[in-house]
Design a protein around this ligand. Structure first.
Ligand SMILES: [Zn+2]
Length: 97
């Protein structure tokens, strides 16, 4: 997984740029000035089920530990969700209009 590139000139975008562009349908390359379509790549369809599966597995594993408390379990789950959320910009793809 990697951050999207401009489909025209191949310019790289920084993580905050990609994150900011996620709410929009189209964007403009600051490098070549051309407009592109912003879409969720195939990676997103793979990331979400994989993240849920891993989290479910980790929670299940933690539940087997005696004296496991719910707070710890929730913290681990929240950290997992945050990690998956952090990875979403890496699944975004920029395509020519
Ligand atoms: Zn460009």
């Amino acid at each position: 997984m990697k951050l999207p590139l401009c489909p025209y000139c191949g310019a790289r975008f920084l993580y905050p740029d990609v994150k900011r562009s996620m709410g929009a349908k189209t964007g403009t390359c600051p490098h070549c000035g051309k407009r592109f379509r912003i879409s969720a790549g195939r990676g997103l369809a793979a990331l979400l089920p994989a993240a849920l599966l891993v989290l479910f597995g980790v929670d299940w594993f933690l539940l087997c530990i005696p004296d496991m408390n719910l707070l710890y379990l929730l913290a681990v789950t929240a950290a997992g969700v945050a990690a998956a959320y952090f990875l979403i910009p890496y699944t975004v793809r920029y395509r020519p209009l």
